[in-house]
Design a protein around this ligand. Structure first.
Ligand code: FPP
Ligand code: MG
Length: 299
């Protein structure tokens, strides 16, 4: 696939995912309209849609062919991701006013509605996924995907990582603590995306474990690149102010190891991820290229 073909394929996937998200949003809203508006505002703010994209590609990789089956789960993971961003931006956490090029949800709707929009997205994510699971030809695959999503988003996943991140902000941290934060706060949802896609395609436990490793490596590379961009990008490109880690006195991979080592780590982890994929009996060229493209991502 040439770079241009890859870019076209990527854009096509983003617009498919956005259609899935729009149609998943709650309908029949009466008096609770404010929360439906806040959910839509945050969900439809134009992120990279990486997590649903990874889920769909893992589903395809392991032979999944009925894509309507996976759509509720793709919507669910993006809702979980979006809730985490809405809450992360709250005054009690990172206190950010901009995200994805616009005002954060609590700035537009107030802190109370910001909290509730996150709560609503999280619940609605599971509501959507459970409805999807009930309609599957093999609901056991849906149950497995739900087990993965709920575990990786929670105390043994993203929330666990966020807790340690918040607790250690402004304090010196060890290599081991930084690794824990990245692995849980960021990798966990990327692992869940790939693993749930695999589970829905009916992949074997061993295959789900292999794709979990891919997610862990992609997540580490992704978070280190996030640290790099916070120092080297521009607010226009990122859609939010740069330098927030310094302002929030956060230890990052870059502050611990320096820029050059950080850049090398992004490349190394991404290559290791692609190697695991190449050693599988199945193949998905787009997925390989997607992971490589993240090494040089600018936002
Ligand atoms: C940016 O994703 C997000 C991360 C790099 C992960 C950061 C982790 C948190 C904010 C966890 C918060 C957890 C709780 C429980 C509040 P992205 O670059 O894919 O964003 P995009 O969707 O806007 O492209
Ligand atoms: Mg944060």
């Amino acid at each position: 696939m040439t770079q241009e073909q890859f870019q076209d394929a990527l854009n096509a996937r983003v617009s498919t995912i956005e259609k899935v998200l729009v149609s998943a949003l709650p309908k029949n809203i009466t008096m609770q309209k404010t929360i439906a508006d806040a959910m839509e505002y945050s969900l439809m703010a134009g992120g990279k849609r990486l997590r649903p994209m990874l889920m769909l590609e893992a589903y395809r990789l392991f032979g999944g062919s009925d894509e309507a089956e996976i759509e509720p789960f793709m919507a669910a993971i993006e809702m979980i991701h979006t809730y985490s961003l809405v809450h992360d931006d709250l005054p009690a956490m990172d206190n950010d006013e901009y995200r994805r090029g616009r005002k954060t949800t609590h700035i537009v709707y107030g802190e109370d509605m910001g909290i509730l929009a996150g709560d609503a997205l999280l619940n609605y994510a599971y509501e959507t996924a459970v409805e999807g699971a009930l309609k599957l030809k093999d609901p056991a695959n849906g149950l497995k995907a739900l087990q993965i999503l709920s575990r990786k988003a929670g105390v043994y996943g993203m929330v666990g990582g966020q807790v340690v991140d918040v607790e250690l902000t402004g304090k010196p941290i060890s290599e081991e603590q930084l690794d824990f934060i990245y692995r849980y706060k960021t990798s966990a949802l990327l692992e869940a995306s790939l693993m749930a896609g695999a589970a829905l395609a009916g992949a074997a436990e061993e295959e789900i474990a292999q794709i979990e490793c891919v997610g862990r490596l992609v997540g580490l590379a992704f978070q280190i690149q996030d640290d790099i961009l916070d120092l080297t990008s521009t607010a226009e490109e990122l859609g939010k102010p740069i330098g927030s880690d310094l302002r929030n006195e956060k230890t990052t991979y870059v502050s611990l190891h320096g820029m050059r080592e950080a850049e090398e780590a992004v490349e190394e982890y991404s290559k290791e991820a692609v190697e695991i994929l190449e050693n599988l009996s199945e193949e998905n060229e787009f997925l390989d290229q997607l992971i490589v493209s993240l090494i040089h991502r600018k936002k």
